[in-house]
Design a protein around this ligand. Structure first.
Ligand SMILES: [Zn+2]
Length: 71
């Protein structure tokens, strides 16, 4: 899985996001794309989707302590 981060995603939380993605996404998207795009969906809310077709894999919430929790 290749992970592409939107520039709005803070550098210091990227390693945590990467961990969650590696645990959660074990297969490529239905469209066959193996690139994942991480962007801010709303303040504090991170959207993880297919880079190619835009299918959303899951969303993450950025908490105050900068811990991530899967919704
Ligand atoms: Zn796709």
């Amino acid at each position: 899985m290749k992970i592409i981060y939107d520039e709005d995603i803070p550098q210091d939380i990227r390693p945590s996001i990467e961990e969650v993605i590696k645990e959660s996404i074990t297969e490529p998207c239905e469209c066959g794309c193996t690139e994942v795009y991480v962007s801010l969906h709303a303040p504090g809310s991170i959207d993880v989707k297919c880079y190619d077709c835009g299918t959303s894999f899951f969303e993450l919430e950025m908490e105050e302590e900068e811990e991530l929790s899967e919704i």
